[in-house]
Design a protein around this ligand. Structure first.
Ligand SMILES: *[C@@H]1O[C@H](CO)[C@@H](O)[C@H](O)[C@H]1NC(C)=O
Ligand SMILES: *[C@@H]1O[C@H](CO)[C@@H](O)[C@H](O)[C@H]1NC(C)=O
Ligand SMILES: *[C@@H]1O[C@H](CO)[C@@H](O)[C@H](O)[C@H]1NC(C)=O
Ligand SMILES: *[C@@H]1O[C@H](CO)[C@@H](O)[C@H](O)[C@H]1NC(C)=O
Ligand SMILES: *[C@@H]1O[C@H](CO)[C@@H](O)[C@H](O)[C@H]1NC(C)=O
Ligand SMILES: *[C@@H]1O[C@H](CO)[C@@H](O)[C@H](O)[C@H]1NC(C)=O
Ligand SMILES: *[C@@H]1O[C@H](CO)[C@@H](O)[C@H](O)[C@H]1NC(C)=O
Ligand SMILES: *[C@@H]1O[C@H](CO)[C@@H](O)[C@H](O)[C@H]1NC(C)=O
Ligand SMILES: *[C@@H]1O[C@H](CO)[C@@H](O)[C@H](O)[C@H]1NC(C)=O
Ligand SMILES: *[C@@H]1O[C@H](CO)[C@@H](O)[C@H](O)[C@H]1NC(C)=O
Length: 487
């Protein structure tokens, strides 16, 4: 593809990118005949050309930007073997010159596009066509190291630097990753094995990580088999994640969280399916002393209309790294199936920060071991220098319209003397349990209330109110512990 026009000239680019539109077909044929025969990838290009004439198989890619490019224009080869890092980098570089003109779109056509990590730019749309697969190279030599995240101090798994992400962005504005359900595949299998065998010297990299950025839209694609967390948004604002499929094996894929909003604000996650080897979603804001001094909360986060599964951890988590604080989170219309836990807030002394103003509404649990969890002794620390007196505040958390079946322990809220849980509300809850046993609505150091009737019967720690929110009975045993991990 060395003969391709200099990709920084917009006029020519516009022409090149109409490559597959009907009126350019003749031009296309001549072009392909003239240039392709000497290249080993010729068959691939001809296949693509033939496919392009069948609209059902390759629907037109919508154009979101004034300038639209194809990865092939930059030398990309979608054979699953050739390395396309430079093609991606050249595409991104061309788009980086177009910021003033509304930015550019990089189309990734059907094919398997192996690449090492690369960076995005502002005012960019990465569009993955149907059957387009971006494959992350699984040899760590190709993965650049980056400094630890400031709010973690550590690489999370190892001290010092960490691997960057396959698709990365820093200090960006207006970035869209979308498509006709193309896939970004991290080929995490070899990373998970190396991690388990302790062959890695640095923390594994996420699949997609965007830092210090705003105006992010990620939609209509599939993310799978990330080496580590799948989609990590770090200290970002104004983010929409919509209509996504996020997959990793439910066992044996360590730390493959689906989405990690980390010190982020104004974020919407909706209409997606997530089934992974760790938390489907984990809202975070930094770790112990590092997170406290970075001091950036996660707030104004709306999560709705999801189906999630997590056999190892939880469907939707807050924490355990929450030292910058987490507030104003709404989680609604979510089905949790075949999971170890549904919703979990996890923290520990040393974290500092707060989790407050959290609203869960219309959650359905289907075959879930433990439904609602708050855990205050999640003692995983970056080092011994955390301040055990930095205790998190947990308060103003409501659970409304919680239903389901096949649940072993519907509620396990374990506050402690140092970290009591305050102002919890339960309303309209009926969860079918797998076996009758006392103490399945477990509480310790919890203050709050139950409005109306809930099933199964609530713990004695909570005040009882009637349907009209009139006090019926005040609890005298808020701090009694009824926690039982034996089932
Ligand atoms: C992406 O940009 C960051 C920040 O400039 C840099 O540290 C990193 O090495 C870049 N990654 C790649 C793959 O170029
Ligand atoms: C979701 O994305 C798929 C492609 O991944 C598309 O076919 C479907 O129409 C989208 N649905 C919505 C509601 O956007
Ligand atoms: C997108 O692809 C994934 C994985 O191949 C599939 O599970 C999902 O159903 C597809 N989504 C749509 C809307 O076609
Ligand atoms: C990890 O470090 C050891 C000792 O320095 C070295 O032999 C090994 O190659 C390194 N492994 C990786 C994956 O970088
Ligand atoms: C949020 O980002 C979108 C682009 O994804 C942009 O259209 C919108 O104007 C931004 N909203 C605010 C309030 O900045
Ligand atoms: C996602 O797909 C739906 C249905 O095809 C479409 O309406 C929507 O605009 C797409 N979103 C993006 C950002 O491409
Ligand atoms: C809470 O977050 C929502 C977005 O989920 C936002 O619309 C609302 O303004 C926020 N409330 C406050 C008090 O900031
Ligand atoms: C509750 O959530 C389910 C999806 O889990 C949805 O189908 C249903 O419409 C929601 N109910 C209400 C009242 O919003
Ligand atoms: C208790 O929490 C609810 C939200 O769940 C909030 O509306 C209310 O103001 C809180 N009450 C107190 C006394 O803080
Ligand atoms: C329960 O413990 C908390 C702190 O651990 C304390 O503030 C509160 O007064 C105690 N409540 C009762 C009823 O003893």
């Amino acid at each position: 593809m060395a003969e391709m026009e200099n990709p920084t000239r917009p006029g020519i680019l516009k022409r090149v990118t109409t490559f597959f539109s009907p009126h350019a077909t003749l031009f296309t044929i001549l072009w392909i005949l003239a240039f392709s025969s000497v290249f080993f990838w010729r068959q691939n290009v001809v296949d693509r050309f033939l496919v392009s004439r069948s609209p059902e198989k390759w629907p037109d890619n919508p154009e979101f930007r004034p300038f639209v490019f194809n990865l092939v224009d930059f030398g990309g080869v979608g054979d699953g073997v050739s390395l396309n890092t430079e093609a991606f980098e050249r595409g991104v570089f061309a788009i980086s010159k177009l910021a003033e003109k509304g930015g550019g779109q990089l189309n990734v056509p059907a094919g398997k596009w192996l690449t090492a990590p690369f960076n995005l730019t502002s005012h960019m749309t990465l569009f993955l066509a149907e059957n387009a697969v971006i494959l992350g190279i699984d040899d760590e030599k190709y993965w650049p190291l980056m400094p630890p995240l400031p709010s973690y101090g550590y690489g999370r798994e190892h001290p010092g630097p960490r691997y960057g992400s396959l698709i990365h962005g820093q200090n960006l504005r207006d970035v869209v990753i979308t498509g006709h359900n193309g896939t970004i595949n991290g080929q995490g299998q070899s990373w998970w094995i190396k991690y388990r065998r302790k062959l890695l010297n640095y923390t594994r990299g996420p699949l997609v990580q965007i830092m210090w950025s705003s105006g992010i839209l990620i939609s209509n694609i599939t993310l799978r088999d990330s080496p580590f967390w799948t989609l990590h948004l770090y200290d970002c604002k104004n983010i929409t994640v919509r209509n996504m499929t996020i997959l990793a094996p439910i066992y044996g894929a360590p730390n493959t969280d689906g989405i990690d909003p980390d010190s982020c604000e104004d974020m919407l996650i909706e209409d997606s399916y997530i089934s992974v080897g760790d938390d489907a979603i984990a809202i975070k804001s930094g770790w112990d002393q590092y997170g406290i001094s970075y001091g950036r909360p996660s707030k104004n986060i709306h999560i709705r209309n999801l189906v999630v599964r997590s056999m190892v951890s939880a469907g939707i988590s807050i924490g355990s790294e929450m030292s910058g604080g987490v507030s104003n989170v709404t989680v609604e219309n979510v089905l949790f199936w075949n999971s170890r836990r549904a919703v979990r807030i996890k923290t520990a002394a040393g974290r500092g920060g707060y989790v407050q103003d959290i609203c869960y509404r219309n959650l359905t649990f289907k075959d879930v071991r433990v439904g609602i969890v708050i855990k205050t002794d999640y003692n995983e620390h970056p080092n011994g220098e955390y301040d055990p007196k930095a205790v998190p505040v947990l308060r103003d958390i409501s659970y409304t319209s919680i239903h389901g079946e096949g649940v072993r322990v519907p509620v396990r809220i374990q506050g402690s003397e140092d970290i009591p849980v305050r102002n919890i509300t339960f309303q309209d809850m009926s969860v079918g349990i797998t076996y009758m046993k006392k103490h399945i609505f477990q509480c310790a150091y919890v203050q709050g209330r139950v409005i109306g009737s809930v099933y199964p019967a609530p713990c004695k720690n909570l005040d009882l109110y009637d349907e009209n929110e009139q006090l019926v009975e005040k609890s005298t045993s808020q701090n009694v512990s009824d926690i039982d991990y034996s089932f």
